[in-house]
Ligand binder design. Structure first.
Ligand SMILES: *Cc1c(COP(=O)(O)O)cnc(C)c1O
Length: 396
């Protein structure tokens, strides 16, 4: 169904007109001498979004999952121990990837709806007297549950244990939407992608690596060719690419960075908080429960909502799509059928979010949910009216 409706899935996100136009470019020779002028500024400016001066930016033609793989294969060897907590579908999938690469994965299972367990990490690291754990892997924003974890607390736990493990962070659904501090949090590799906060088409994994991670690369023995950091860095240093770069996405990223800096990263984060808070007030007015266990864990990019007992969340998301042409996120993994997700990241305004909430109300009313039409929308409207910001116009 051709549609002007925004999507409310937590990625891929709505692509603003300005970025669609920026990606609309003719083929350009990536071996021509002027390619460096296209690519080098993008690599340089991307560092600002990670809040790093030390970090090395690496991009690969891949979705975010390819970014996970790149992080792992460049820094680790078969049988290496890594520590990772499972609290949703994305942390689960990163565990699976590590296991399939033959790593020795120490898994801490947590309730879905909780966040990264800093205390339990500290305990596990303290018990690892021989310092065999090579890396701690953390999903910053667990997109399946709408939980944002406290990465600074994880770093503090690692420091408290006096452990030298590297810290890898999946920030695919948080970067460029919520505050991220690569340097201040002592992150060694951060993994993101083009199709979420950057508001672009899917197809570019965007990573940032610390000097410590780059040093680990020299002794890491997992096989890699396509994702080899060394090939990418050597080519990038002279303004090139080891194979054909995703040119349209590079142009898109250049323009996306411009948009983010024009709005100001602080304002981007504040806008996401406001949009998210309006959504949470709507959910509260409906009398429904969030999957996230407590306020400190609430994500500003995605809200996961339990449906009442006896209802099927897949029926709701299907109906919203079939009847009104609007996509919401389905419940993933153990939440399938039990929760739906409202994605509110990227190019969105108050008005767009209100339309999504209104759609959900219609769909829920059609399916006899115990909610009254307008209740959630009114709660969000009150919040948006009372906190109206300067930036109420859509990034078009
Ligand atoms: C979207 C996402 C990914 C990557 O998914 P791809 O489909 O491979 O781009 C990884 N982690 C999180 C938390 C995500 O939200």
């Amino acid at each position: 169904m051709p549609s002007q409706n925004p999507v409310f899935i937590p990625g891929p996100t709505n692509i603003p007109d300005r970025l669609r136009q920026a990606m609309q470019v003719q083929t350009q020779d990536h071996r021509a001498p002027d390619f460096v002028d296209t690519f080098a500024p993008v690599l340089r400016d991307t560092r600002r979004v990670f809040a790093t001066t030390q970090g090395q930016i690496l991009t690969f033609p891949a979705s975010g999952t390819g970014g996970w793989e790149a992080a792992v294969v460049n820094t680790l060897s078969p049988g290496d121990k890594v520590l990772i907590a499972r609290y949703g579908m994305f942390s689960h999938r990163w565990i699976d990837l590590c296991q399939r690469h033959g790593l020795d994965v120490l898994v801490i299972d947590c309730d879905w709806g909780s966040g990264a367990p800093a205390r339990r990490f500290e305990q596990a690291l303290s018990e690892d007297k021989a310092c065999e754990i090579r890396a701690v892997l953390v999903t910053h924003n667990e997109t399946a549950t709408g939980v944002r974890s406290d990465i600074a607390a994880v770093r503090a736990a690692m420091d408290a244990a006096g452990h030298p493990a590297m810290l890898f962070v999946d920030c695919v659904s948080s970067l460029a939407s919520m505050d991220f501090q690569f340097d201040a949090w002592g992150v060694d590799i951060a993994v993101s992608g083009s199709q979420k906060g950057f508001m672009l088409a899917t197809g570019m994994a965007i990573l940032c690596a610390s000097p410590k991670a780059l040093a680990a690369m020299e002794t890491a023995k997992l096989p890699r060719t396509y994702f080899d950091f060394r090939d990418m860095m050597a080519a990038n240093a002279s303004g090139g690419f080891p194979y054909t770069p995703p040119l349209q996405l590079i142009y898109g990223l250049a323009e996306s960075l411009k948009m983010l800096f024009e709005e100001g990263l602080e304002n981007v984060y504040a806008r996401h908080f406001r949009l998210a808070e309006g959504v949470r007030r709507a959910v509260d007015a409906w009398g429904l429960e969030l999957v996230a266990h407590s306020r400190d864990l609430y994500s500003d990019t995605v809200t996961a909502v339990h449906v009442p007992k006896g209802f099927d969340s897949n029926a709701l998301t299907d109906h919203a799509f079939n009847a009104y042409g609007v996509s919401f996120g389905i419940g993933l993994g153990e939440l399938n059928g039990q929760a739906f997700r409202i994605g509110h990241l990227g190019s969105l305004t108050d008005v767009m979010v209100l339309s999504g909430l209104a759609t959900l109300e219609m769909a829920m009313a059609d399916l006899d949910y115990p909610i009254s039409l307008g209740s959630g929308v009114a709660a969000a409207q009150e919040y948006y009216r009372s906190t109206r910001a300067a930036t109420t116009r859509a990034a078009a």
